[in-house]
Design a binder for this molecule. Structure first.
Ligand code: CAA
Ligand code: NAI
Length: 695
């Protein structure tokens, strides 16, 4: 027990060091250890004050999320078991000081707020991120934080989950002091100075709470409903913080615990908690885990168009110097201007200081030749989506790059093996499929060709992490994971329009389901010409039927989507979508050509028709081994396509609806269920139960 919460002494001050790697989560074994250490110090007459500090890289990253997952799966009380411990700390007759480095998040901040004082190093952060897991602070956060920082700030922190820096936390009253230099020594000095003042209980400070206008809570509810459409946790947070103004502390705390349980056992928390671990799980590639990772000190990008410019920014944002090559000066100037404009807008929105933006721009070196490409450890090609053009570039790269450099392509559909065949080093060739805008979107599909080495793969996975991306391994099949699965759903969304629904009804049903944007509006954003090219590549490689679609007719009418001002919708100068009678005429003509008598669709059927074919295609990817796990597919859709995280991704959603039901609906829609789906439905199992290579 002693090691989890070991005690050391510095005169009259005792220091409890919480040592529960990797992030000192408040796990089941840690709580009694901490309780025991506090108890023994309460009784020790020589100890006059107590410092609580974390070992390793951080203070406490919260309650143990794995423990919550187990409770959801196996059932349980839904009680993190923290309140009795925090009450003990709060009632301790000696001042208790939390000494924070790294993060004090969730239960970690709640513990710190139950302490009588809080000090931190300048680089620390504090926050209540539970809402991102579909939860609310479950151990006093909604009661103590408003008392320390005020209701508006507590609402902001707990409904968004956004952390605060140490300096902000100091000015908000969450921290009492920033410690320069050694944290332990500074905290001990701070504690010694507080011995005469004695304990100061946060929950006893009530005066700040009485006179708040109820309109604040209604506004917070409205904001949450808009920002976090369909989600319950942010609303429960508001309710619990409002309780701080109308119930005595202990009653409000008991109500917080009830609301916490309500959130914890909701499907949304289940999906979001699985997503938290999913984001980390996708980085694990069992067959390559021991491969050495090469250093990436300098990178190069070929093509400074939409994607190349964004990729160069993503590299510069991570502090990696990058050579950016274009075919001619005019294209290079255009690319650099866009990069400067993007950084300029980040500065004007207050997201970046001018100084940092300038440092990042300085990391990007524009070039017109491959002369300096020998400096690059990783080269990413982002020229036009054309196999011949890309192969010509790879032939040049093969000559220009060092033998140990990695050559990556940002192709969204082309065959990696064919591109690799243009080089003498296919083991070093790989796909890095960034999503647009590449400096913002977190998804990165990493596409492994037949010859790609494990070192190439793991170096690129590690680089993805450095860039702040969620890198997911995909096999080299047509469309990889993202486009192959998306276009299976997109095809069916169009079919629903063919059969009678309006484009607006399709997009509205899926927007209401939680997608960031309906699929037809998404196509307008991608560009209907780009969608057609992707579909024809999928058809050429046999994973999508070739047929005349409404989108082909829209294209024939010159409607290429947002960029041409018209696609499925007509766009005004503010890019707002409006319905267009010409589209109705095109749809009518298309229906007539197919002899279709239009019928109505309910929003539920529209959702099923879009999602289940995607699930079916996802099942095929798993069957073929082109995706490692169901969660990999789900992460691609959450972080690449705006699929609602609180529904867990298409595969998790299918699991939650039950695979026998999904199979039945697919048959009703005229789709042949994938073998894996058939088998799992028969065995009453879920995709989530299919481990790597066990399918
Ligand atoms: N519980 C269990 N495991 C956790 C954890 C937690 N609270 N926080 C992190 N971990 C695990 C991660 O899963 C990861 O495990 P693997 O190495 O096996 O993948 C490991 O710790 C390291 O985490 P990261 O890779 O995320 O490390 P990082 O340095 O990039 O980030 C961090 C550190 C900022 C603390 C980040 O881990 C994080 O944001 N953690 C979650 C914080 C959080 O949501 N806390 C609230 C918990 S709910 C709660 O506390 C409810 C309540 O009110 C009682
Ligand atoms: P783009 O047309 O905006 O940019 C391509 C750039 O490459 C042009 O600026 C062109 O001058 C330059 N170029 C062509 N040949 C070159 C050469 N030999 N050397 C240097 N530069 C050269 O195209 P975009 O949209 O950036 O696409 C690039 C790649 O990214 C394509 O493979 C595309 O499929 C892929 N992609 C595009 C996405 C998007 O949303 N636009 C999303 C994901 C991938």
């Amino acid at each position: 027990m002693a090691e989890l919460a070991g005690i050391s002494r510095d005169g009259a001050v005792a220091v409890i060091t919480i040592d529960n790697p990797p992030v000192n989560a408040l796990s089941v074994p840690l709580l009694p250890a901490l309780n025991h250490s506090i108890g023994s110090l309460e009784e020790s007459p020589e100890v006059k004050a107590i410092v609580l500090i974390g070992a390793g890289r951080t203070f406490i990253a919260g309650a143990d999320i794995r423990g919550f997952q187990d409770m959801i799966e196996a059932g349980g009380s839904g009680d993190p078991g923290l309140n009795p411990l925090f009450e003990r700390i709060e009632n301790c007759p000696k001042p208790v000081i939390a000494a924070i480095h790294g993060s004090a998040l969730g239960g970690g901040l709640e513990l710190a707020m139950a302490c009588h004082y809080r000090v931190a190093v300048a680089g620390a952060q504090v926050g209540q991120p539970e809402v991102k897991l579909g939860l609310l602070p479950g151990a006093g956060g909604t009661q103590r934080l408003p008392r320390l920082a005020g209701i508006p700030e507590a609402l902001a922190m707990c409904t968004t989950g956004a952390p605060r820096s140490a300096s902000d936390a100091l000015s908000l009253g969450i921290l009492d002091q920033i410690i320069d230099g050694d944290l332990r020594a500074g905290a001990v000095t701070f504690a010694r100075d507080r011995i005469a003042d004695g304990p100061r209980r946060t929950c006893a400070i009530r005066d700040k709470l009485v006179s708040i206008d109820a309109a604040v809570f209604n506004a917070a509810r409205r904001d949450a409903a808009k920002r976090d459409r369909n989600q319950i946790a942010p609303l429960l947070v508001v309710e619990s913080i409002e309780n701080a103004t109308r119930l005595p502390f202990n009653e409000a705390l008991a109500r917080e615990a009830e609301l916490f349980r309500q959130a914890l056992f909701s499907p949304q928390a289940k999906a979001l908690i699985r997503g938290f671990f999913g984001e980390r799980e996708v980085a694990r590639i069992p067959f390559a885990k021991d491969a050495p990772v090469l250093p990436v000190r300098t990178a190069a990008v070929v093509g400074a168009g939409t994607m190349g410019g964004g990729i160069a920014m993503a590299l510069a944002n991570a502090g990696i110097p990058v050579l950016l090559r274009e075919a001619d000066q005019a294209a290079l100037d255009r690319g650099l201007n866009t990069i400067r404009r993007n950084y300029g807008s980040a500065v004007s929105k207050g997201r970046l200081t001018r100084e940092v933006a300038d440092q990042r721009i300085a990391l990007i070196t524009p070039v017109l030749s491959y002369d300096r490409f020998r400096e690059a450890d990783l080269i990413i090609e982002a020229v036009f989506e054309n196999a011949a053009v890309k192969k010509a570039v790879f032939e040049e790269l093969d000559r220009a790059a060092r033998a140990d450099a990695i050559l990556a392509t940002n192709t969204s559909t082309l065959d990696i093996d064919e591109i690799a065949s243009a080089t003498s080093r296919p083991a070093s060739v790989i796909g890095m499929h960034f999503f647009s805008p590449a400096h913002i979107m977190r998804m990165l599909e990493v596409v492994r060709g037949r010859a790609t080495s494990d070192t190439t793969l793991m170096t690129v996975m590690a680089t993805g992490k450095r860039l702040g991306k969620i890198a997911v391994l995909a096999g080299n099949c047509a469309g990889f994971i993202a486009n192959r699965v998306y276009f299976a759903g997109q095809r069916e969304a169009e079919r629903v329009v063919e059969l009678g629904a309006t484009p607006q009804a399709v997009d509205a049903a899926l927007f209401d389901f939680g997608l960031a944007m309906g699929p037809l509006a998404t196509d307008d954003l991608i560009g209907l010409d780009v969608c057609r090219d992707i579909r024809s590549e999928l058809s050429r490689r046999g994973t999508l039927a070739t047929e005349m679609m409404i989108e082909d007719r829209l294209l024939e009418a010159g409607r290429r989507g947002q960029k041409s001002g018209a696609g499925w919708y007509r766009y005004d100068e503010n890019r707002r979508a409006n319905t267009d009678p010409e589209v109705d005429r095109i749809i009518d003509d298309h229906r007539r050509s197919l002899g279709i008598n239009p019928r109505e669709f309910t929003p539920d059927e529209i959702v099923e028709r879009f999602i289940y074919p995607m699930v079916n295609e996802g099942a095929r990817l798993l069957e073929e081994g082109h995706a490692l796990r169901a969660v990999d597919i789900d992460m691609v859709f959450i972080h690449g396509f705006g699929f609602p995280a609180y529904r867990g991704g298409p595969m998790f959603y299918a699991d939650s609806m039950g695979l026998p039901h999904v199979r039945e609906r697919l048959l009703a829609f005229g789709h042949q269920p994938a073998q894996l789906l058939d088998r799992l439905a028969g065995e009453k199992r879920a995709f989530n139960s299919v481990g790597t290579y066990q399918n």
